[in-house]
Ligand binder design. Structure first.
Ligand SMILES: Cc1cc2nc3c(=O)[nH]c(=O)nc-3n(C[C@H](O)[C@H](O)[C@H](O)COP(=O)(O)O)c2cc1C
Length: 162
């Protein structure tokens, strides 16, 4: 670390949220299925990572009640939400409950949920996890993926859908 940098610098959380919210992104639902049924959560912190081998990553908060269930399955499918999925996204952003009630989906080859009308999806096994502050960084190995090529994506920017 440069000598003139104070390692203890604190950043105001509201300011952090406001500024980082200026970075527009798509929104995904990361989902899997265990013995109790399908589980998933809305996730903006998703990215491509590596072509060879094919890897993607997302980060999940330590408070997520969904992640331990997904982790236990060893696999997940990342669903890119389409523009008409705004209400679906809100459902998957609420902690707990049966988020899949009334939601149409099918199983991927690995057995994870692909949501009806997904703009795209990436079917993965869990390759590695790393600590990332109050989140866990999850690296997935891609086994299958597709995109519908027709729909438009759901975009999240400055705390609003667009
Ligand atoms: C647009 C949007 C993006 C989100 N992105 C993330 C994210 O990247 N990582 C995360 O852990 N939570 C994210 N959340 C919050 C989670 O969806 C929420 O905390 C989660 O549904 C918790 O549910 P659970 O306890 O059932 O896992 C996001 C929420 C919204 C509305």
């Amino acid at each position: 670390m440069p000598a003139n940098v104070d390692a203890r610098t604190t950043i105001d959380i509201a300011h952090y949220r406001r500024v980082l919210g200026h970075f527009p992104s798509g929104v995904t639902v990361v989902a899997s299925e265990d013995g109790e049924g399908p589980v998933g959560f809305a996730c903006q912190a998703f990215s491509a990572l590596s072509l060879d081998p094919p890897l993607v990553l997302f980060s999940v908060g330590h408070t997520s009640t969904t992640w331990p269930r997904i982790e236990a399955t060893g696999r997940f499918c990342v669903n890119f939400l389409a523009a008409d999925h705004e209400q679906l996204c809100r459902t998957f952003a609420v902690s707990g409950g049966d988020k899949f009630a009334g939601v149409a989906w099918r199983r991927s080859e690995l057995g994870s949920p692909i949501l009806a009308g997904a703009h795209g999806w990436v079917d993965c096994t869990i390759e590695a996890t790393y600590p990332g502050g109050d989140h866990t960084i999850v690296v997935g190995r891609v086994h299958g993926l597709d995109a519908d090529g027709e729909s438009t994506p759901l975009i999240f920017h400055k705390g609003a859908f667009g």
